[in-house]
Design a protein around this ligand. Structure first.
Ligand SMILES: [Zn+2]
Length: 385
């Protein structure tokens, strides 16, 4: 059954702030255009989604911290490059806003690279610069683990926010022209990032805490600070970040089952074992656990609620979408894979959002920030004579 696609959805540049497909491809050893029953986003559904540019995450699970984190990031970045090369007829790897506009013109899917988990740089600005050179255009400062320089919303506070080195990381990202992603970080770290960054910052996959109490979500105060900063909050579709009752079920069960990190977009927290993580079995165990809770799901209207709430609190210029496809065990009914995205646009229109506002949410706001970040980068000296 095909979904009707609103005109504005066809016209718009649509940017998905966060998609975890690379880690699925890595775990399952499949390609983007191959069938995988667990896929929430593959080449076919991404093409049907109307998405212009998807930020593919080079996600480094927390157990890799201080144990080969940079190498896993390099491996996943290489995987994204390979997938783009393999289907160059349909996909193009992009590293700038002009590339996204060109992909829209050419009818191709633009893959962008975002590194998830600041532990990937192994406390080295040289590695940060190297990941930028390899194509990464944002970095999520933490995952569910506090690292050596930034506190996470899903872990114990160690630094009271961002350390002095953490501030250096943010400044180095500004200089490179790399977007600072504030999803996952603690509230205090968020405040420190906003006061440190000289460019707007982005929450690539975070929803609203006023509607769903999960600590991963943004409070209204944070949304207002993000608006003053000129940034964008890209709404995450994970049911546990959208529906307060789903969040409650999960957080309660996590406590009961003594999960180390109740922040559940991946990462069950194998912390403490000496073994390297088994990416396949860790994720499968998490899926089983989630199924044991009855796989509670949010609704499409609840996703729209978050978009409207963020627009009301931060302003329409500061809202976007960051699906978290392939990184979460439960998507809302009606939004169960990438191909269903036009239904969200249709719902926003039905509920009274104007077409120009819908275009901003779908990608216009992100493009504005990305272009600002690009312009603010220090021009790098050319090596050629
Ligand atoms: Zn995430």
């Amino acid at each position: 059954m095909s979904i009707s696609v609103p005109d504005v959805h066809r016209r718009a540049i649509i940017v998905d702030g966060h998609c975890d497909t690379p880690y699925r491809l890595f775990r399952h050893n499949v390609h983007l255009d191959e069938h995988d029953p667990e896929a929430q986003a593959d080449l076919k559904t991404l093409q049907e989604s109307g998405i212009t540019a998807s930020f593919f995450a080079a996600y480094v699970p927390p157990p890799y911290a201080n144990r080969g984190a940079a190498n896993l990031a390099r491996k996943l970045i290489a995987l994204i490059h390979d997938e783009a090369r393999r289907r160059a007829d349909a996909v193009t790897l992009c590293t700038d806003s002009a590339g996204i506009r060109a992909a829209k013109r050419d009818g191709k899917l633009a893959l962008m690279i975002g590194v998830e988990g600041g532990h990937a740089i192994e406390d080295s600005l040289d590695i940060l610069r190297e990941l930028y050179e390899r194509g990464a255009r944002y970095m999520t400062l933490t995952h569910v683990n506090t690292n050596n320089w930034c506190d996470s919303s899903g872990d114990a506070e160690r630094h009271g926010g961002l350390t002095a080195f953490g501030r250096d990381v943010v400044r180095a990202m500004n200089d490179l022209g790399m977007i600072v992603d504030v999803s996952h970080i603690s509230d205090k770290a968020f405040a420190h990032v906003v006061e440190t960054s000289r460019t707007p910052v982005v929450a690539t996959h975070s929803s609203c805490r006023a509607l769903c109490r999960h600590p991963r979500n943004m409070t209204d105060d944070m949304l207002r600070a993000l608006a003053r900063n000129g940034g964008v909050c890209m709404i995450n579709f994970f049911s546990a970040f959208i529906s307060d009752s789903v969040a409650e079920v999960i957080m309660h069960a996590a406590k009961r089952d003594r999960m180390e990190r109740p922040d559940m977009d991946r990462g069950t927290g194998t912390g403490g074992t000496e073994e390297m993580p088994d990416d396949r079995s860790d994720w499968d165990a998490f899926l089983k656990w989630f199924e044991s809770l009855g796989s509670p799901a949010a609704t499409l209207d609840q996703v729209a609620d978050h978009v409207f709430h963020a627009a009301e609190v931060a302003g329409i210029d500061h809202v976007g979408i960051g699906s978290d496809f392939d990184g979460v065990p439960a998507l809302p009914a009606g939004l169960t894979d990438a191909s269903k995205l036009p239904a969200l646009t249709a719902r926003l229109l039905e509920r009274g959002m104007s077409e120009p506002d819908v275009e901003k949410v779908l990608g216009g706001n992100f493009m504005r920030v990305f272009e600002q970040v690009e312009r603010a980068a220090l021009s790098r000296p050319t090596t050629a004579g």
